[in-house]
Ligand binder design. Structure first.
Ligand code: AMP
Length: 283
């Protein structure tokens, strides 16, 4: 495994790999790697001849009062995990490498960014779409691997690829969870012991929604009331949103039909967690 910080060095490695006619897979991450990231590396390993993991805490996707400075950066540990699970190249640039001068060009994906996390994090997805475009241009992968855990992000990147004719395919991998159901996240380490104990209730509420939809309930408001009752059992969880949207368009649904994305964002103290579940509603 090789680790590089500079764009020209990435391009040299990729040119060699291309000469060998290998398919290139990219796993974009912000580091603090865990079992969720590992599942993406493993999926890339299975599908591609050469696996690149980018580790970059991207400043442009954080709002002014968010956790950019305190976001964990355990690089040594990350490199060890990447090596263990068979990554070929780690790209770990400094912000000045990715943003050497004032960035005046931004990728905005309309409509899909309006609901869910886009509502409370106004420039977040513009930062995500822009950094992914940069990474795709630098690495030129055949496949890029994203987690269902960030369902809105995955839908936005898929739409961007389609709209801009980018020559790669997006693979979306299932959410990896702790044994008690909590979706694994780099931000879970911010939780106090008491918050961590309550956090799995987010997934309990999502499972309850899935069950109600499978039983034929089509009214999102009825389900929201029941989910709020579940979440109310947790004294330290403050829901930010409970939304029912179309999985591809991320548009809110008044009546549940087709593939429904049920998504929750919740605050536990200053830590914001998101999770979701996809359910096929009865037609
Ligand atoms: P991050 O480092 O948080 O930006 O995440 C990098 C990638 O890992 C994104 O595509 C995430 O959706 C994915 N990811 C994060 N947590 C999980 C998880 N628990 N299961 C599956 N994928 C995940």
């Amino acid at each position: 495994m090789n680790a590089v910080h500079r764009i020209d060095h990435v391009r040299e490695f990729i040119a060699q790999v291309r000469a060998q006619k290998k398919t290139v897979g990219l796993v974009p991450t912000m580091g603090a790697l865990h079992a969720g990231h590992v599942s993406l590396i493993q999926a890339a390993r299975q599908k591609c001849g050469y696996v690149v993991v980018s580790i970059f805490v991207n400043p442009t996707q954080f709002g002014p009062n968010e956790d950019f400075d305190r976001y964990p950066r355990p690089l040594e540990n990350d490199l060890e995990l990447c090596g263990k699970y068979g990554a070929d190249l780690i790209f770990n640039p400094m912000p000045a490498q990715m943003y050497p001068s004032e960035q005046l060009t931004w990728i905005t994906v309309e409509k899909l960014t309006a609901a869910l996390c886009g509502a409370s994090r106004p420039s977040h997805f513009q930062g995500v779409a822009t950094v992914c475009t940069k990474l795709f241009n630098i690495i030129q992968p055949d496949y890029a691997f994203f987690g269902q855990k960030d369902a809105q992000q995955a839908a936005i990147i898929k739409k961007m690829i389609a709209d801009l004719n980018m020559p790669l395919q997006i693979e979306v991998c299932p959410t990896v969870r702790e044994d008690d159901g909590l979706a694994i996240s780099s931000r879970n380490q911010y939780l106090t012991a008491e918050q961590r104990d309550e956090a799995p209730i987010i997934y309990t509420a999502l499972r309850q929604a899935a069950q109600l939809i499978q039983q034929g309930e089509t009214n999102p408001q009825t389900i929201t009331v029941k989910m709020r009752k579940v979440l109310d059992r947790a004294l330290l969880i403050e829901p930010e949103y409970i939304e029912f949207v179309d999985t591809d368009t991320i548009q809110p649904l008044d009546v549940l039909k087709g593939r429904v994305l049920v998504a929750i964002a919740a605050k536990l103290g200053s830590t914001r967690l998101i999770d979701n579940i996809i359910v096929d509603a009865k037609e």
